[in-house]
Write a protein that binds this ligand. Sequence first.
Ligand code: NAP
Length: 332
Amino acid sequence: MSTTHHTKTLIVGSGPAGCTAAIYAARANLEPIMVRGLQPGGQLTITTDVENYPGFAETIQGPWLMEQMEAQAQHVGTTLIDDVVMEADLSQRPFRLTGDSGDIYTCDTLVISTGASARWLGLESEQTFMGMGVSACATCDGAFYREKQVAVIGGGNTAVEEALYLTNHASKVTLIHRRDELRAEKILQTRLFNNPKIEVLWDTVLEDILGNSGGGALPLGGSLTPMGVTGLRLKNVKSNEESTLDVDGVFIAIGHTPNTDMFKGQLDMDDGGYIITQPGTPQTSIPGVFAAGDVQDHTYQQAVTAAGTGCMAALDAERFIAELESKANAAE
Ligand code: NAP
């Protein structure tokens, strides 16, 4: 049987933005509920070393940081619920959202902190070999490639971090980038170029992923070839030259898409699906609905900036509720 939960402030998503919004909202006595989502803790739970979150002189681990943030949110009074919001109706007040569990969430203010998910190239072979040599998470799957050869696609911070991480397991890592310079931070680039296990292929795009997908009949008396990726078909975009590269796995690290499907058509969004907020604020096109973190930020996308906008969203939610309450009192 489904349950209806009502709260002054509902927070959807439990990454740094959601947790920070929860901490501030709970301390403002808004008794927030945080629906944790498909990937509780968000993207930091699939990273390893975190060196740029202020307050920690030593390198910390992403999953540990998120455990601490959630524990802090809970400690100050947030109710955490394991559910995934599938639908939202922002046309009525209180706002009404439906979880995958069938539970209904109604709220006076809503903080959307659903983050962003890894993007894919859109190749058919990506789908064919998903989980059989194709991945978007080196920290999740890197250990399967001990002493094997792997490739990483992309030239941003994620791609470089994934390549560096994979050198802990693989014998060789090839970073494949479509341009002749990386957009990753210089400190990461230096580490990449100094790592003897990493080779960079510039001006190169992935055309297809090669391998054995297990189709076809087994020849009489024949043996099964292991399923999975065996190589990549590449093209140099300057010379148009095609080549193949033998690898056992490929990690796609070409950026992220915001998780905003359930709010489409209800909130103003840009062409990339990011929620548009009023400049310098987390306020969306609907009063009382706030967006924080990567779901509204295609520029900075840092844990600390997400946390900052989560704080702003909770402070604005508190103000919004105070105004609602003072109007209600004046009307009595
Ligand atoms: P990103 O910075 O958007 O980089 C995506 C990379 O993928 C770019 O190099 C881009 O190439 C390439 N790319 C995009 N579409 C492609 C396609 N269809 N085919 C081939 N290559 C493609 O994404 P990100 O690395 O995931 O980082 C996202 C944000 O998170 C950034 O703000 C980043 O700073 C942040 N981040 C920070 C840290 C950290 O601080 N330690 C770690 C990870 C991520 P072009 O360069 O040619 O556009």
